[in-house]
Design a protein around this ligand. Structure first.
Ligand code: AGP
Length: 612
């Protein structure tokens, strides 16, 4: 939520900042702005709208300076307009701040400052920070970094901030509490950003700031310290693993389409060096030391949000079936606020693409307090969730830029399949059965290629249904979460209302919605639920709905009952969910494109939800 980027060096910061904003735009895109210090002046510009708006506006302004900050916003407090856009300036117009997060006690601080004569310009919570820093800096005679540190002692909530001051033009201060910040270390220049994407084209060396840390950039270097006691900390420099191409669209019209096609490789990448086909087993290095404890666990909770939560439900089916461990799957936002039966015999698995989702982070904190072993399944290396869990597995799907999660989802399910296999083998799953599943997983890449080699049928279905207002997705067993995910994909990017349901549950309510205008997508593999799903299809057919069937084998029955059949390769029933998700991603994608929607930046959404 909100992307922030700063540059401190010898080059003109404006093009670097604008390019950085473009890389971060997936984090929020309702307004943008920048501020730079040049010729001892603070220049700024901010506008409602996407980064392209600020980019054109920057051409008409004299803006240059070698120190600068920029922000792309996802509004929380105050509507998206020019005034509420960041940077926010203090009353003197000398200090500029960008912020990602929410300051919970902003009203209390605002009232105090107003009594002291400060006039606020915006409706945001963020502005109080810059006004507070200004008050302390100009009244208390502290240095600029000291004033920032002192102001932050009063702020309650979550923040990643970067601040500059015209009166100390050779200093930039950034601080983190609850919202991510990465420092990029170049040759005589520094970058600070919400994630590594604006940094990778300049340098690969980065330092991930931890909770409660602050960094001061100056001409002679950088200093990281703890905000509470000013203790200086020394941190290792990490290397960004991905290349620049990984965050570019290439020849694809949208990141989402590129990422759907990436799955030909990413699912295999997730398993590389981990899947042991001949032994019918898996090795997950990040868990190696913890396996005895995981094996002995009495129960497991999986906690996550959105698409990652859907992966978690598939994980439940797999872990219970193969490893016999009871698994509860819970939205992180619910987990954190109720009495959960979690103790030191519980493993809490947190799944997150970004590794920064605020609710999931809070759930992990709570699980730790209750004594659980926490296990993270994350895509972003070095992310907060990866660093705040006891152990974990990276999904290695590469950067996912499209707001709608695609390749990260299939990678999460792949990790969960390997975890189920590994624990299953420890708990009595035969080698033969293990080999069957491992072989099926190893073959996924080529089946994905087959699915993606001919998508005309899916494009036709999209064209036929582009005017409808509703969709229903139905599946049973391990394919029920696939139905949920298909529906979520569709609604988030095409704005068509869609619901996912267990196929048999339909008759307990949603059947009332069915008429000849309602498209119903059935996920119907030839597994042990097939005959049952066929009966559910009959029930819908009798009510004249439009029927789209996603299956692994055509049959006369299915042809008779359906308007469309999407056929994917026959596979092991437990890898079917991974393959079945791909045509559903494509269906959502083509519907959204035909309806003229902004596929990569759907309205009101942001990629990384770092607020509660
Ligand atoms: C996915 O398409 C969504 N944009 C969203 O539901 C997402 O999965 C959710 O916000 C969780 O994000 P995370 O995996 O980064 O934690």
């Amino acid at each position: 939520m909100c992307g922030i980027v700063g540059y401190f060096g010898n080059r003109d910061s404006v093009p670097i900042l604008i390019n950085g904003l473009k890389r971060l735009e997936y984090r929020g895109y309702d307004s943008a702005g920048l501020a730079v210090i040049g010729d001892d002046q603070l220049h700024w510009l901010k506008k409602a709208g996407k980064v392209s708006v600020i980019e054109s506006a920057a051409d008409d302004h004299v803006l240059n300076g070698t120190v600068g900050i920029a922000h792309t916003r996802w509004a929380t407090h105050g509507e998206p307009n020019d005034v509420n856009a960041h940077p926010h300036l203090d009353q003197t117009g000398n200090i500029a701040l960008i912020h990602n997060g929410i300051i919970e006690n902003y009203n209390v601080i605002k009232q105090v400052l107003e009594k002291e004569g400060v006039t606020f310009q915006s409706e945001t919570d963020s502005e109080i920070l810059v006004q507070l820093i200004s008050k302390i800096y100009y009244k208390d005679g502290l240095s600029f970094p000291e004033a920032v540190q002192a102001a932050l002692q009063e702020a309650v909530g979550a923040y990643g901030i970067v601040v500059i001051c015209k009166d100390e033009p050779d200093v930039m201060v950034a601080a983190r509490h609850g919202s991510p910040l990465v420092l990029g270390i170049g040759e005589g220049e520094y970058f600070i950003a919400s994630d590594a994407s604006p940094i990778v084209e300049h340098t690969r060396g980065v330092v991930y700031l931890d909770e409660g840390e602050m960094v001061v950039l100056q001409n002679d270097g950088y200093t990281i310290s703890q905000m509470k006691d000013k203790k200086v900390v020394t941190k290792d420099i990490s290397l960004i693993e991905h290349d620049l191409e990984a965050i570019e669209k290439g020849n694809f019209p949208h990141f989402m389409l590129k990422e759907i096609y990436d799955q030909v490789n990413t699912i295999t990448d997730t398993m590389r060096g981990r899947l042991q086909v001949e032994e019918g087993n898996a090795f997950l290095g990040g868990l190696a030391d913890y396996i005895p404890r995981i094996e002995k666990a009495k129960r497991c909770y999986i906690t996550a949000c959105g698409t990652s939560w859907h992966a978690g439900i598939i994980g439940k089916y797999l872990l219970e079936e193969y490893a016999g461990i009871p698994v509860h799957v819970e939205y992180a936002s619910e987990f954190r606020y109720r009495r959960t039966i979690v103790d030191n015999e519980t493993v809490v698995i947190a799944i997150s693409q970004s590794g920064e989702t605020a609710d999931t982070l809070a759930a992990i904190k709570k699980a730790k307090e209750q004594g659980a072993l926490t296990l993270g399944i994350c895509n972003v290396v070095g992310s907060s969730i990866a660093r705040n869990t006891d152990c974990g597995v990276y999904t290695h799907a590469g950067p996912e830029i499209g707001v709608a999660s695609t390749k990260a989802f299939t990678a999460q399910v792949t990790v969960l399949s390997m975890l189920a296999l590994l624990l299953g083998r420890k708990k009595g799953l035969s080698k033969q059965q293990g080999i069957k599943l491992a072989k099926a997983l190893a073959e996924i890449g080529k089946d994905v290629e087959t699915i993606l080699s001919d998508t005309y049928n899916i494009e036709d279905i999209a064209e036929e249904h582009m005017q409808v207002d509703n969709f229903l997705y139905l599946g049973r067993g391990v394919n029920f979460p696939v139905a949920l995910e298909g529906a979520l994909k569709l609604k988030e990017i095409s704005y068509i209302h869609a619901e996912g349901y267990p196929a048999a549950e339909m008759k307990h309510g949603p059947i009332a919605l069915i008429d000849d205008n309602m498209p119903v997508v059935f996920i119907a593999p030839h597994d042990k639920t097939y005959d049952k799903v066929l009966s559910n299809i009959q029930e819908v057919y009798a009510r004249k709905a439009r029927i789209i069937i996603l299956t692994d084998k055509k049959s006369k029955d299915l042809e008779k009952l359906s308007d469309y059949i999407i056929k994917i390769p026959q596979c092991h029933p437990r890898v079917f969910p991974i393959l079945a998700s791909i045509p559903l991603q494509l269906l959502a994608y083509h519907l959204a494109v035909l309806r003229g929607c902004d596929v990569d930046m759907p309205r009101n959404l942001a990629k990384s939800v770092t607020v509660e």
